[in-house]
Ligand binder design. Structure first.
Ligand code: MLT
Ligand code: MN
Ligand code: ZN
Length: 301
């Protein structure tokens, strides 16, 4: 199974359009950009599954030859999986509206409900290619297939994560709004664990991560008060449903015990000192054997 980090940043990207924090200023001057959160994976190298649909999807597809069209209005993108209904993980669906056929989109129930109502992407897309909505049930592994029902050689098991609904739907009835994914190559047994939104390193995360060859884990914030320190009036990392990496009880203390063979941090916010080469925080993470993810990083599992 091949895995490509298409985008390693949280919502807003690096630099963020209206942000003048030290990291965004630095990224503008060096031209070191990070696009918003998404991953591509493939068992056969020809048909690809996208994990989340980033607002930067157009540039991400253009940046990787594997994802270029394989015929007139034909794309190697065979299916998508949404781990949540946040804007940074779903807006890209609108950018695929020119598709010639309905896009197979796997998502947990709470996400599908939001995309038909509060954030009505599915309703809007119905006037274009449309979406073939497929259910991801908690803890039940499924064999992923393309639009024609042909197996993609990868099985997927989703675990519900304890996390609040997105900000635009605070009053939504209780449902699964976030999942972690465990994706297994049915031939090689190579396993990817994908948890870009973790409010805690709890049993659900452990279930997804234990024994995985690669864990792509929530690296959104270094510290709980990071946004306020950067001068932004905002809730804490924990209030936003992201366990910070540093500090007491932070994920850095826990990642080694999750049982994955390799761990890479993704979904990094632009205020996070980990995005800056040479920061002490980055050195601490690297000394713990954990990798700070970047756009276009590739893995073979
Ligand atoms: C999140 O990951 O918590 C959300 O994407 C935050 C947001 O951009 O609204
Ligand atoms: Mn996000
Ligand atoms: Zn910034």
């Amino acid at each position: 199974m091949r895995v490509i980090i298409l985008g390693s940043a949280a919502g807003g990207g690096v630099p963020q359009w209206n942000c003048a924090c030290a990291n965004c200023v630095d990224a503008r001057s060096r031209g070191t950009n990070r696009t918003q959160s998404s991953v591509a994976l493939s068992a056969d190298g020809e048909r690809w599954i996208l994990l989340n649909a980033s607002p930067d999807l157009r540039a991400q597809l253009a940046a990787h030859r594997e994802l270029w069209p394989c015929g007139q209005r034909r794309s190697p993108v065979a299916a998508l999986i949404l781990t949540d209904a946040e804007i940074d993980h779903t807006l890209g669906l609108l950018l695929l509206r020119e598709s010639a056929t309905a896009l197979p989109v796997y998502a947990p129930g709470g996400v599908t409900a939001l995309l038909g109502a509060e954030w009505p992407l599915y309703r809007v897309l119905a006037a274009y290619a449309g979406v073939e909505s497929r259910a991801l049930e908690d803890g039940r592994p499924i064999a992923l297939t393309d639009a024609s029902g042909t197996p993609l050689g990868i099985s997927c098991s989703a675990s519900a994560l304890a996390r609040r609904p997105p900000r635009y739907a605070r009053a939504a009835p209780a449902a699964t709004f976030d999942v972690g994914l465990r994706l297994t190559d049915e031939l090689t047994g190579g396993t990817l664990a994908y948890v870009p939104t973790a409010g805690a390193a709890d049993d659900a995360v452990r279930r997804v991560a234990t024994g995985a060859d690669l864990l792509l884990f929530d690296g959104t914030f270094w510290s709980d008060h990071e946004l306020r320190t950067a001068g932004v009036d905002a809730p804490t990392a924990r209030e936003m449903g992201h366990l910070p990496v540093g500090g007491p009880g932070g994920s850095l203390e826990l990642l080694a015990s999750l049982g994955a063979k390799r761990t890479v941090l993704v979904h990094l916010n632009n205020t996070n000192p980990l995005v800056r080469i040479g920061s002490p925080e980055r050195a601490w993470v690297e000394a713990a054997g954990i990798v700070v993810g970047a756009d276009a990083m590739e893995f073979e599992l």
